[in-house]
Design a protein around this ligand. Structure first.
Ligand SMILES: Nc1ncnc2c1ncn2[C@@H]1O[C@H](COP(=O)(O)OP(=O)(O)O)[C@@H](O)[C@H]1O
Ligand SMILES: [Mg+2]
Length: 355
């Protein structure tokens, strides 16, 4: 197990900058999830930690030791990819023990380690099979087994569940979390899936365009997103945004919209009256009420079984709400809603959160 320090890391391919200076300290035993849309630089960062990609500038240390120039095999890190990259001609047991055999670990010791990993991953009945006789989920489990037997200082995962169907992904997600509780190994997990990030992470690192947007516990990012990007990225359906002006009148703060309606908000000392703001509210926090202050047109109603997603228009803009109340299935063409004051997020003209 190890702590990992990333300091002012930049990466360019030719003249094309991909990472614009990333700083991050990962504690010993921590489960970190790098999350962001495709192309934001997650894999590049992970591959630099593994030593598979050269660093343009900045420093990476593992357990306090600079590793920039250390080849991957000397970093004592195990990586699990989306493609399982198992040896097709080897059994599950041989795939798992391969690295130990290379290291000339004794036969008995190998058997012990493989048995322990196999038990943790539920692979006991499959040890003599070849990869082609395994399902996708089982192959991914073998790939993890192969990483575990090496007892590395840290695990790096790059979208390991992306090839699996939704049900299996959910199951494997829970298994990875249980495994981490058991092993307590420092882990960095890359995904574009915010639910995976929310459910797995001790801390999430939200990335966008090669820049870290926010680092924090999953519920911190959900409750207090640092900017419009994180606010829109975390949560599904995503947060609604309405543009307006922050107005302070007689000690009362509100956001006023172009159509002259307004919504009461909590006082923001950092904002001057009349500044441009974006108001954010999550679909699950909107309250439907016949006495609601805001009128909304109903465009579409989607029952998910668990709840209902309503596609509305508010001020002529698309707006979503999520409710458990099935009575909305027979809603009129317009409904009225309220925005509870404590549920409102405000972002300034630069898109930064204002509290
Ligand atoms: N070997 C490479 N040469 C040139 N550009 C690359 C290379 N690898 C990745 N990139 C570019 O770097 C950016 C980040 O890629 P990547 O780290 O794979 O993103 P993510 O994993 O977040 O989807 C993308 O714009 C991608 O096209
Ligand atoms: Mg990637």
């Amino acid at each position: 197990m190890a702590s990992i320090d990333i300091s002012a890391i930049r990466k360019s391919y030719g003249h094309f900058p991909v990472l614009h200076g990333v700083d991050l300290t990962i504690r010993d035993g921590e489960f970190i999830v790098l999350v962001g849309p495709s192309g934001c630089g997650k894999s590049t960062l992970l591959r630099m930690i593994a030593g598979l990609e050269e660093v343009t500038s900045g420093e990476i240390s593992i357990e306090g030791r600079r590793v920039n120039d250390l080849p991957p095999k000397d970093r004592d890190i195990a990586m699990v990819f989306q493609s399982y990259a198992l040896y097709p001609h080897m059994t599950v047991a041989d795939n798992m023990s391969y690295s130990l055999r290379l290291r000339k670990t004794g036969k008995e010791r190998i058997a012990e380690i493989v048995a322990s990993a196999s038990a943790k991953l539920g692979l006991d009945a499959l040890l003599q099979r070849r990869p082609k006789a395994l399902s996708g989920g089982q192959r991914q489990r073998v790939a993890m087994g192969r990483a575990i037997v090496r007892q590395p200082k840290a695990f790096l995962f790059d979208e390991p569940l992306s090839n699996l169907d939704a049900r299996l992904r959910e199951q494997m997600r829970a298994e990875i979390k249980k495994l981490h509780k058991e092993l307590g190994a420092t882990s960095i997990y890359v995904t574009h899936d915010q639910i995976e990030a929310m459910t797995l992470a001790d801390r999430i690192v939200a990335m966008h365009g090669g820049v870290v947007q926010q680092v924090g516990a999953p519920l911190d990012l959900y409750d207090r997103p640092a900017n419009l990007f994180v606010a829109g990225f975390i949560g599904s359906p995503g947060m609604n945004f309405l543009e307006g002006h922050y107005v302070l009148e007689g000690g009362q703060a509100s956001v006023r919209f172009a159509n002259e309606t307004s919504v009461a908000v909590e006082l923001r000392k950092a904002l001057a009256s009349n500044s441009k703001v974006t108001l954010g509210i999550r679909p699950e926090h909107v309250v439907i009420s016949s006495a609601g202050a805001i009128e909304a047109g109903v465009d579409l109603v989607e029952p998910t079984g668990f709840g209902i997603i309503m596609h509305l228009s508010v001020h002529g803009l698309p707006f979503k709400i999520f409710t458990l109340d099935r009575s909305v299935l027979s809603a009129d063409r317009t409904i009225r809603v309220d925005f509870p004051i404590s549920r409102l997020h405000l972002f300034d003209s630069e898109g930064q959160r204002v509290d």
